[in-house]
Write a protein that binds this ligand. Sequence first.
Ligand code: MG
Length: 316
Amino acid sequence: MSKLGGGPEFDLIRSFLADAPPLHSSVRVGPGDDCTIIGNLAISTDASVEGVHFRRDWLDAFAIGWRASAAALSDLAAVAAEPIGVMVSLALPEPDRADFARNVMRGVAECVKSFGGSLLGGDTTSAPVLVIDVAVVGRVVDPVLRNGARAGDEIWVTGRLGGAAAAISCLQNNDSPNAAALERYATPRPRTREALWLKARVEVHAMIDLSDGLFGDVSHIAAASGCAIEIDSELLPVDRQSGATYEHAVAGGDDYELCFAAAPGAIEALREEFERSFGIEVTRIGAVRGGEGVHERRADGSVAPVTLRGYQHFRD
Ligand SMILES: [Mg+2]
C-alpha cells in the first residue's frame, strides 16, 4: 500500500491494515490512496455522520446528500477517474420521515447528475444519528496516485482554500457564514472535469483532493512519494471572499480542491487556458524537495517543519 502521513486517524488505519488479508491479484492499487484500482475501475467510499461532518441546523436534507456525494466523487477526481456511478447507504434516525430521506437522495442525484454517473444501488437502515455513506466507481486507465512526486516538482492547487472551514467556524460560533462560504461548505464541487482536463494535457506526477486540510493532505503525498513538500505561505490562494483566514486555508478541510505535483513550468503553460475553461484559479503553492514531511516557507524566507494541524477525526 501507499505510505500514509501522520496522525491518530491514520495510525488506526495502519493497525487495521496490519491484520488485513493479502491483496487479490487483480488489485492494482490497494489501500492508502484516494481510490483502490481494480482493472480500469477506481473505487472509493466516504461516510458522512451527523454531529461530525454536519449538523441538521447547518445543512438541509438536499445539501447533506449533495455534500456526501461531492466528497466521494472528489476521491475519483483525485486519481483522475471519470465517474460511472454511486451506491448510497443511508441510516436514518426517523425512518418514517420519508420526505427527509427523499430530499437527501435528491441532493445525491443532483450532484451525481452534475458531475457524471448513475445511481447504482445502496441500502437503507435506521440508526441513532443520520449517516450517509457513498461508494463511488469510476473509469481510469492510468490513475494519478499519491506516490509519483519527485524532488524539483512544483505543487499546485485548484481554486481557493479555506472557504468551507470559514463557514464551519461561523456556524460553530452561531454566526451566519456569508453566501460564498456557505456554498463552499454545503454544496462543494468536486474537480472532476478539471482533473480529467489536466491529465489529458500534462503528466501529473501525484495528486490528492483536499478533504482534511492542506497540510495534512499534502503530508500523504510526501509520505507516499518519499519526499518533502515545501509550501510557500505567501503563495496560498486564501478564499478571502468567503472570509477564510490563513489558518482555515492550511488546516481546515472540506474544500475538495485538488493538490498536485507536476514538472516545473508544465502547469504554468496551461494556466490561462485552465482558468478560462473552468472559471477557477490554479495556483503554484510550493515545491517538492528531498527529505520528508511538510515544511512551511514564511514571508521572512525562513522554512520550518509543519506540525499537523489538519482537522483530524479521532484526535481525542
Ligand atoms: Mg481523498
